[in-house]
Write a protein that binds this ligand. Sequence first.
Ligand code: 5GP
Ligand code: MG
Length: 179
Amino acid sequence: MNRVKLHDKEFEIFITYAQINENVKKMALRISNDMKNEDVLFICILNGSFMFTAELFKEIDLEQAEVTFMRLSSYSGTDTTGQVKKLIGLNESVEGRVLVVLEDIIDTGNTIVEVLKLLKEHKPKDVKIATMLLKPEKFNNKFPIDYVGMEIGNDFIVGFGLDYDQKGRNLKDIYKIVE
Ligand code: 5GP
Ligand code: MG
């Protein structure tokens, strides 16, 4: 399938499953080598990262590896900033463990900054970031990212877990918007 229509927009094939799979396998190998002898908890940031997490986690070669799933929610708080974010779904003990946060895509980096801030309150030994995709332009090297699958341009993409208004998550390949 070279083109798909989701809601009002057309998307064309951009990154094939074979390319994704190759990159994710390489990342899993690096993480497995780096994390030997560590007590590692992988953290999938829902919803977009669920497919990346499944693809990566089955390639992780660490006997004690665990995975958990959480989401970042915003709600109106009484905080002066108005918007307060919180992490939902973290029931595991995190203190003293190495966390590997799994993101589908990093664009401005605002989401991951928020996630890191909230996770660090739970006193982990270390927190690493692994993202399947990075849009480097807006992110502009704000801080180091430990594991990056692929760098892409600014186009809006869908597929492999990523959505356009909830559609397209089931696509096995990644598609980019046709402007
Ligand atoms: P941030 O700008 O905070 O780094 O990116 C936040 C979130 O926006 C990502 O986790 C992802 O869910 C979403 N996002 C960024 N770029 C894209 C894109 O091209 N397609 C889709 N579907 N989501 C994106
Ligand atoms: Mg996301």
